[in-house]
Design a protein around this ligand. Structure first.
Ligand code: IMP
Ligand code: MG
Length: 187
C-alpha cells in the first residue's frame, strides 16, 4: 500500500486540532447570527471537509450552496483572474451569506468573488476560512472567521491539494519542496 504521507514534510495541524477550532467557529457564527437565517457557501473543492464539519455545528437555519472558481490551476503560482466554473444554484438577494474557503493566500480569489456576489444584493457577506497565510497577501482582505494562521509554506490535506492530490489527508500538512521543485511558488 502507498504511504500517503510519503510526500509530506510535516503535519502542521492535526484533524483533532481542526475539529476543536471548527467547533469554536461554529459557536461564534451561531451567536453572531442569532435569530437569523444563513446561506453557507462552500468554495469547491478545497473547502468541503471544513464546510461539512462546520455546518453540522451551526445551530441556526442553514441553507447550503456551492461554487467553484479557478485561480491556481495545476500550479502553486497564483493567478489574479478568477473564473466561475460553477455558480450558485439560487439568488442571494436579501440573504446572509457566509463564504467558506480553505485558505486565504494572496486574497485575489476572495476579493474577486466578493465583488461579484455584492452585485447580487445580499443582506450581508462574511468570509470564513480554515487557513490564512497573511504574509502572502497582495490585496487588502481579511477573513471574518479564521481557523488558523499558517506560515508561508505550501500546505496540503484536509481538502487542500497540490495538482489535485492529498485532499483526503485528515491533517493539514506541509508538502516536501522536492514534490514541486520544478514549479516553485512565486512570492
Ligand atoms: P488566493 O487567491 O491567492 O488567496 O488563493 C486562494 C486559493 O489558492 C485557495 O483557495 C487554494 O485553492 C489555493 N492555495 C493557496 N495557498 C495554498 C496552499 O498552501 N496549498 C494549497 N492550496 C493553496
Ligand atoms: Mg487548489
Amino acid at each position: 500500500m502507498k504511504d500517503r504521507y510519503a510526500d509530506i514534510k510535516k503535519v502542521l495541524l492535526t484533524g483533532e486540532e481542526i475539529s476543536k477550532r471548527t467547533t469554536e467557529i461554529a459557536a461564534e457564527i451561531t451567536r453572531d447570527y442569532a435569530g437569523e437565517e444563513v446561506l453557507v457557501v462552500a468554495i469547491l473543492r478545497g473547502a468541503v471537509m471544513f464546510f461539512a464539519e462546520l455546518v453540522k455545528q451551526i445551530d441556526l437555519d442553514v441553507r447550503m450552496d456551492f461554487m467553484a472558481v479557478s485561480s491556481y490551476g495545476a500550479s502553486t503560482v497564483s493567478s489574479k483572474e478568477i473564473k466561475i466554473n460553477k455558480d450558485l444554484a439560487q439568488p442571494i438577494e436579501g440573504l446572509n451569506v457566509i463564504i467558506v474557503e480553505d485558505i486565504i493566500d494572496t486574497g485575489h480569489t476572495l476579493k474577486s468573488l466578493l465583488r461579484l456576489l455584492w452585485t447580487r444584493n445580499p443582506k450581508s457577506i462574511k468570509v470564513c476560512a480554515l487557513l490564512d497565510k497573511p504574509s502572502r497577501r497582495e490585496v487588502e482582505l481579511e477573513g471574518d472567521y479564521v481557523g488558523f494562521e499558517v506560515p508561508n509554506e505550501f500546505v496540503v490535506g484536509y481538502g487542500l491539494d497540490y495538482n489535485e492530490k492529498y485532499r483526503n489527508l485528515p491533517d493539514v500538512c506541509v508538502l516536501k519542496e522536492s514534490v514541486y521543485k520544478n514549479d516553485i511558488p512565486v512570492v
